[in-house]
Design a protein around this ligand. Structure first.
Ligand SMILES: [Zn+2]
Length: 113
């Protein structure tokens, strides 16, 4: 499953950071998951909770920060909430719109001891 491989990538990243900074445990990790990133935030969180056992993140507080999808209409220049990548402008129903937010998938911060 896609979310499982992403979760193990995040754990690898945390482990590499910990080695680089010579820390032995991580207290907190914040991960941003955009609604249009193609990542199922709930599935990702479940995967991460399962995979952190016996890793540097085992006792870390995991926060998933979800960001809404934002589209921008090329015709009338307004920004609107986008639930799916193919949503059209609510005003002029013009299509396609530009995606300006919600595609993020990244580790925002790690807090180590
Ligand atoms: Zn429009």
């Amino acid at each position: 499953m896609h979310e499982f491989s992403l979760a193990s990538e995040v754990i690898d990243l945390a482990q590499n950071e910990a080695i680089k900074n010579a820390v032995t445990s991580i207290q907190e990790i914040n991960i941003e998951v955009g609604d249009l990133s193609g990542v199922d935030a709930d599935a990702f969180e479940t995967a991460l909770e399962l995979l952190v056992k016996n890793t540097i993140l085992e006792n870390a507080v995991i926060s998933i920060i979800r960001t809404p999808g934002i589209g921008k209409c090329n015709e009338c220049d307004i920004e609107f909430e986008m639930v799916q990548r193919l949503d059209s402008c609510p005003d002029c129903h013009c299509f396609p719109s530009q995606i300006v937010g919600g595609e993020e998938f990244r580790v925002l911060s790690l807090l180590a001891e």
